[in-house]
Design a protein around this ligand. Structure first.
Ligand code: PLP
Length: 397
């Protein structure tokens, strides 16, 4: 009898399981649209030039690798604050933002979740229906009861905004609401600027705690445009949480570069909050890694590299948009009668295609086109070589 004989096999991660099936597929025309990763037009994971230049400079002036402080690389934390809130913004100038480097955006969310569990142990967490599949598990693992607010409206091919707002307006005081700052994953549908105003009014009136997940800043309309929602929360006088991820925007997935920022009432309050975030970090992994955050800091804090990054990020954003249009045109040309133009109203890496589970299974098994059973496809993995096969296959199912 082993210590582990009663251990049950955990359910497979649906997306990683899909990847395994894709890797084992011998169809030469196979296309993986199940992932949440941006590939270039040649189907390759990009290594951004700004990253290569920053890394070359780092190699030429090698530094010893002591432990970082618990909140990470100081220049990186400062760059994150500036990116998220704006260099000349009042919160940055007054020093009332507490920011700590995190292990990817996931790490930023986890620092926030563990801190919130100590701060508001009895609060409920609301996530969108549907949401990034790890939101529920991450907040549940931190000890919260996780429920959802309505978001996707399949019939409308958009957001059930009335349902969302009604849920926020009836949520108990102190409820933690996880909001996708831009490029909603998995649906690709964002709410409008006016709708954000209504969400903010509800957050304020019901005394809710907003937790903005910003995993795709710059992938939607632009760095500033995608970040505008943060300015709205600031203007409303709210205290709130923002997690940041550079996985996609720097194509640095495996370096695990992210952060958590918390907007507090004053500099003194931010110091106390940061001290508690450090306790969470210390007791989980002590302190974060040096490399990825230093690369991002060196790019963001150098005007030339920053301009290069903005250019490279814009290229990714524009290519995704072009692929959305090609998908709509290609589906029409392949004989799909339905109006698929909703794909171009979606934003970010994903498209909720509206295809059923049966259709997604057929796409996979008969044509080697892999998306999730929910109908989510990664538009950022389409390219000029695979688009025709994808359109023809969708037309057939
Ligand atoms: N939040 C959302 C909405 C995401 O889509 C992702 C990644 O796909 C993350 C957070 C996690 O980002 P990271 O890979 O940097 O941990």
């Amino acid at each position: 009898m082993s210590l582990f004989s009663a251990v049950e096999m955990a359910p497979r991660d649906p997306i990683l399981g899909l990847n395994e099936q894709f890797n084992a597929d011998t169809n030469p025309a196979k296309v993986n649209l199940g992932v949440g990763v941006y590939y270039d037009d040649k189907g390759k994971l990009p290594l951004l030039q700004c990253v290569q230049i920053a890394e070359k400079a780092m190699m030429e002036a090698p530094k010893p690798r002591g432990y970082l402080p618990m909140d990470g690389v100081a220049a990186y934390d400062a760059a994150v604050k500036t990116l998220v809130f704006g260099a000349d913004s009042e919160p940055v100038k007054s020093g009332r933002v507490a920011t700590a480097q995190g292990i990817g955006g996931t790490g930023g969310l986890k620092i926030g979740a563990d801190f919130l569990k100590k701060l508001s142990p009895n609060a409920k967490v609301l996530i969108s229906d549907p949401s990034w599949e790890n939101h529920r598990a991450l907040f549940a693992q931190a000890g919260f009861t996780v429920e959802s607010y309505p978001y996707y409206d399949a019939a409308k091919r958009g957001v059930n905004f009335d349902g969302m707002l009604a849920a926020l307006n009836t949520a108990a005081e102190g409820t933690i609401v996880v909001l996708h700052a831009c490029c909603h994953n998995p649906t690709g549908y964002d709410i409008t600027s006016t709708q954000w105003d209504q969400v903010i009014a509800a957050v304020k009136a019901r005394k809710l705690t907003a937790f903005l997940d910003m995993a795709y800043q710059g992938f939607g309309h632009g760095i500033v445009e995608d970040g505008a929602v943060i300015g709205k929360f600031v203007a409303a006088g709210l205290n709130f949480f923002v997690s940041t991820s550079f996985s996609k925007s720097f194509s640095l997935y495996g370096e695990r570069v992210g952060a958590l920022s918390v907007l507090c009432e004053s500099k003194e309050e931010a110091e106390r909050v940061l001290s508690q975030m450090k306790v969470v970090i210390r007791t989980n992994y002590s302190n974060p890694q040096i490399h990825g955050a230093t690369v991002v800091a060196n790019v963001l804090n150098n005007p030339e590299l920053r301009a290069l990054w903005e250019k490279e990020l814009a290229e990714m954003r524009v290519r995704i948009k072009a692929m959305r249009q090609k998908l709509v045109d290609g589906l029409k040309a392949a004989g799909v009668k339905e109006d698929m133009s909703f794909i171009t109203t979606q934003i970010g890496m994903f498209s909720y295609s509206g295809l059923s589970k049966d259709q997604m299974v057929r796409l996979r098994n008969e044509f080697g086109v892999y998306g999730t059973d929910t109908g989510r496809m990664c538009v950022a993995a389409l390219n000029s070589q695979n688009i025709n096969h994808v359109c023809a296959s969708i037309a057939k199912v």
